[in-house]
Design a binder for this molecule. Structure first.
Ligand code: ZN
Ligand code: ZN
Length: 119
């Protein structure tokens, strides 16, 4: 095994409380990332603490067995809005993005997640 261990922290927003949280992901294969942990972020901190590098992590995202779900509402599912933000979702097909207010129709799983900064 010559896999390089790489990890990143993505930022997401809880669709119920509209509060931000971080998701730690770890590369488990060349095009696969496993979500390993989540934690609350104080509003306004996300852009400053280095959580949100403007890198794009492409590949498949899998939920690690220890991933605790959204730290605000415990929902394990996530989706990505057209504004590139991640948000937790409660299983409904139709979601309203907590960041930009866009109505999102969910289809399939998240294939690409962009870790975006606030600027
Ligand atoms: Zn949530
Ligand atoms: Zn949005």
């Amino acid at each position: 095994m010559t896999t390089t261990v790489e990890a990143a922290v993505l930022t997401a927003t809880c669709s119920r409380t509209h509060r931000p949280f971080g998701i730690r992901v770890q590369r488990t294969a060349p095009r696969e990332w496993s979500m390993t942990w989540s934690f609350r972020i104080e509003p306004g901190v996300a852009g400053r603490e280095g959580y949100a590098d403007a890198q794009t992590l492409s590949g498949r995202f899998v939920w690690g067995s220890d991933y605790p779900g959204c730290p605000h509402c415990q929902t394990r599912s996530l989706y990505q809005c057209s504004c590139k933000r991640l948000a937790c979702h409660d299983g409904e097909v139709s979601q309203t993005c907590p960041v930009c207010g866009t109505q999102v129709q969910l289809e399939g799983t998240v294939e690409t997640i962009s870790a975006l900064s606030d600027h």
